[in-house]
Design a protein around this ligand. Structure first.
Ligand SMILES: NC(=O)c1ccc[n+]([C@@H]2O[C@H](COP(=O)([O-])OP(=O)(O)OC[C@H]3O[C@@H](n4cnc5c(N)ncnc54)[C@H](O)[C@@H]3O)[C@@H](O)[C@H]2O)c1
Length: 349
């Protein structure tokens, strides 16, 4: 399936499907016609996968970076840029990011700053990468004091979401991606009963379609793009507390799922939706096999304090919530009400 991100001269096509990666050389030929070389940036564990048969159609080099979140450092950006110099990459050449969201974020940021910006093609191979990270042009790395604190908007020349690559993805990583897919399912008010009958290709196409439409309307997150943070306010707080005690406890998408269940309850407590909406949220999360209860040992006061620090919160607590006019960013929510709903949410566990 072809889905266009409509951003004028920065616009591009996202191709989803079981053999999308085979379109790489055509994509480079059409979007970077003067390219003579391509640097494929990927993680060590991925180069031996059966789907790692990429053909760029130009002189190609594979540059391996450390795996996962630890790869997202300024040191890795410096390493990549130095490798690009040694490979003789010019402004006409391209970088190809192949891997999970960590690799595509890092490769995208290195491409954004190398020679003040060269083209990047993203080939996300995790579900999170395909449904979220590789689309929309947000790139970046972490600092020791926090995630994604240094970055740039750098739209890719194209994105190839090859669902065949997901065959080798560990189940837990798949589940993490389902957290974001469930979010899209809810934002689009799809029927919970049809989750089971849908394919991975359909999940990817749904999420890419929604993200592409929202990014096309609001590239720099001045408005509508914030809706993509649905479930993320409590989700981030839960993720942070879990990370601090056990890095394996919750993947990002699992935390988002808990945040989605909570957002429905908060909207209900504020009189914005009826109980059917809460039930529909639970049904969607259950259909994806996602968690929807608050993990034990997370104090309400700690969760509220983290949410107040959340970069999306401005003055009071801010949530994306469902309501009579649809999903919207709701500001100024009384922290007492939020704390009370957290307590009741905990009681359901
Ligand atoms: N830029 C954005 O808009 C955006 C949006 C969402 C998330 N992100 C970022 O994405 C990152 C999370 O991405 P993620 O969940 O993909 O994690 P990840 O990149 O750490 O990948 C998870 C693991 O899966 C492995 N993997 C990837 N594809 C595989 C495959 N096909 N087969 C086997 N193993 C495979 C990776 O090597 C890694 O070990 C975070 O750094 C997050 O900040 C960015």
């Amino acid at each position: 399936m072809n889905i266009d991100v409509d951003l004028g001269v920065r616009g591009y096509r996202v191709v989803t499907g079981a053999d999308a990666r085979h379109g790489l050389s055509n994509l480079i030929a059409s979007r970077a016609p003067r390219a003579r070389a391509a640097a494929i940036v990927t993680a060590a564990g991925l180069v031996d996968r059966p789907w790692f048969d990429l053909e760029t159609g130009v002189e190609q080099h594979v540059v391996v970076v450390p795996d996962g979140e630890t790869a997202k450092t300024l040191a890795a950006v410096e390493y990549l840029c130095e490798r690009f110099v040694s490979l003789g990459l010019s402004r006409d050449d391209v970088v190809v990011g192949v891997g999970g969201g960590a690799v595509t974020d890092l490769a995208g940021f290195a491409a954004a700053v190398y020679l003040r910006g060269i083209g990047i093609v993203q080939v996300p191979t995790s579900l999170v990468g395909q449904v979220d990270a590789a689309i929309g042009g947000k790139t970046g790395v972490n600092l020791t004091v926090g995630k994604n604190l240094v970055g740039a908007f750098h739209q890719p020349l194209g994105v190839l979401c090859d669902t065949e690559t997901l065959e080798t993805l560990p189940g837990r990583e798949l589940l993490s991606g389902y957290g974001e897919v469930a979010k899209c399912w809810l934002l689009e008010r799809r029927d919970p009963a049809t989750v089971g009958a849908s394919s991975r290709e359909e999940f990817v196409a749904l999420a890419v379609g929604l993200k592409a439409a929202i990014v096309s309307a609001d590239e720099f997150e001045q408005g509508r793009r914030a809706l993509l943070n649905y479930g993320h306010t409590l989700g981030h707080a839960v993720e942070l507390l879990a990370l601090a005690r056990d890095p394996e406890e919750l993947r990002h998408g699992e935390s988002v799922a808990i945040g989605l269940a909570f957002a429905a309850r908060l909207a209900f407590a504020l009189g914005r939706v009826d109980a059917d909406v809460v039930r529909a949220h639970d049904a969607v999360l259950d259909a994806f096999g996602l968690p929807r209860h608050l993990p034990a040992g997370m104090a309400t006061g700690q969760l509220v304090a983290i949410m107040q620090r959340d970069k999306k919160a401005r003055h009071d607590l801010t949530f994306v919530l469902d309501g009579p006019v649809g999903f919207e960013v709701v500001t100024g929510i009384d922290t007492e009400v939020v704390a009370d709903v957290i307590e009741r949410f905990r009681g359901e566990s």
